[in-house]
Design a protein around this ligand. Sequence first.
Ligand SMILES: [Zn+2]
Length: 199
Amino acid sequence: MNSKNTTPHILPNNPSDLQSIDLKSGLTFVGQGVLDLSHFPRLLQEIAPNSGFEASQVHWELGTWFEERLGSIPMQYMHLRLAVDLPLTCQACFQPYLESIDSDRDYILFDTEMEAEEWDFDEENQDAEDALVASETFNLLETIEEELLLSLPLSARHPQGECRPENLQKVAKVLKSGADEIKIEKPNPFAVLKNLKKQ
Ligand SMILES: [Zn+2]
């Protein structure tokens, strides 16, 4: 493994290639591109339907490298930058808005699930890189989707100042008229009286 002197292998912007990257080859990788949201079905489920806003494609940028840690064997690292605009439903006014997600993360790659978990659970690594498991068939699409799901806001909100009070009033009206409709479905004694008078 003479990774330090090799020029990086360039990853094509091709979903099937990105689904199987040999991270045990000792090669380093670089790549960037734009992927359609259809490759991320779990992310699609989070999008506000019929919002009038258009989701962007997923922009990705990746680089891997090896770095010696405490003078021991070199560890493999990965930098992943992601950007996408997604229509989400604001949880304050229930109106759709466009959320810009920008994620920039470093990962450290381990040979086994156990080592990766150990790293993640160690409190000392709380602010350090996230752990991933390297394999001969590393699925970058899955990692991208996972990272974007983690980057979604816990409670989606319009940017400050853009949550319109008139929208809130509209919502209140809709909720109120909804309540009225429910009342109308109950038998209305006054309506019965009115009908009797007409006869
Ligand atoms: Zn809002």
